[in-house]
Design a protein around this ligand. Structure first.
Ligand code: C2E
Ligand code: MG
Ligand code: MG
Ligand code: MG
Length: 292
């Protein structure tokens, strides 16, 4: 009968749902255990100045080094960490670890590097975020101007006054603030002027379109012009080819990050990368021919 078939479908639906819920709870529990067991690790992806190709910074990107499954990317666990609230202790760990690592590099003679740290929506709405950032900075003794917090558009759109207060409290610590994945969120541009933001990170989607067609170029160019007219710096994410870098350079983009320069690297590999990059004078060697 129709009823029976409907029940069967509903039953199937229920089973699928509860499977999803169980799976989610299992993952949540595993994340909790992994935090305790110290299975999370930060990788660092180089960022360079697009005029000189000098190494200027690195973005810290979390990875889960799972004992059986190997390296797990953040897309697999950040959403569950967000939903469950585990992102808050995880985010605090990220802040402290990145600051501590910057201090280690400073002590090794790698100076002037800026570290980009991703902040999640949930973390941003915790009132003690400025205190946590202040603690991570004082504990490690790093220069706060070398810490860049990456926020997303959706966080900034949420509630006007609370957001402004939080941004001011963070800026007061001396850190810089970036908008990550710029252009993918709700496009009210008014906040760019109103908020104490320093940098716009142009989303990979627009960079990908750069060497495809004229429309791609128009959007990237518009973002760069807008940012510059508001005295904001621009970093393009996901730059994979010299052609993309050359087009970005022509539009006056300030910095780039992407596989063309380097993938996210372990601490050991990033440390090796910095010395080889400098030793090889790569600021000259990697410059795209078109931009020379
Ligand atoms: P995101 O902050 O926009 O980071 C950039 C992502 O683009 C990274 O992915 C990076 O590996 C990838 N990428 C960089 N260059 C290229 C390129 O040339 N080509 C391609 N195809 N991809 C490139 P990843 O590491 O998988 O991180 C994904 C997202 O997870 C991040 O996007 C960020 O939103 C989130 N995430 C990562 N680490 C953290 C963290 O510590 N805390 C929080 N809250 N979120 C994090
Ligand atoms: Mg980011
Ligand atoms: Mg991004
Ligand atoms: Mg992204």
């Amino acid at each position: 009968s129709v009823k029976r078939r409907t029940d069967e479908r509903l039953g199937f639906f229920d089973a699928a749902m509860s499977y999803a819920v169980t799976e989610r709870l299992t993952l949540e529990r595993s994340i909790k255990d992994a935090l305790k067991a110290g299975q999370f690790e930060l990788f660092y992806q180089p960022q360079v100045n697009l005029k000189t190709y000098a190494l200027v910074g690195a973005e810290a990107l979390i990875r889960w080094r799972h004992p059986e499954l190997g390296i797990i990317s953040p897309d697999k666990f950040i959403p569950v960490a967000e939903e469950s609230g585990l992102i808050v202790p995880m985010g605090t760990w990220v802040l402290r670890t990145a600051c501590r690592q910057l201090r280690i590099w400073n002590d090794m003679g790698i100076r002037g590097l800026r570290i980009g740290i991703n902040v999640s929506g949930r973390q941003f709405h915790e009132h003690d975020l400025p205190d946590l950032v202040a603690d991570a900075i004082s504990e490690s003794g790093v220069n706060p101007t070398h810490i860049d917090l990456e926020l997303t558009e959706s966080m900034l759109m949420a509630d006007g006054e609370g957001t402004l207060k939080m941004l001011r409290a963070l800026a007061k610590l001396g850190v810089t603030l970036s908008i990550d994945d710029f252009g993918t969120g709700y496009s009210s541009l008014a906040y760019l002027k109103r908020f104490p933001i320093n940098t716009v990170k142009i989303d990979r989607a627009f960079v990908k379109d750069l060497d495809q067609d004229e429309d791609g170029r128009v959007i990237a160019n518009a973002i760069i012009s807008l940012a510059h007219s508001l005295s904001l710096k621009t970093i393009a994410e996901g730059v994979e080819t010299e052609a993309q870098a050359a087009l970005l350079a022509r539009h006056g983009c300030d910095e780039i990050q992407g596989y063309m320069i380097g993938r996210p690297l372990t601490v050991a590999d990033f440390t090796a990368f910095t010395s080889s990059y400098i030793a090889r004078g790569r600021d000259v060697d990697t410059r795209p021919r078109a931009a020379q």
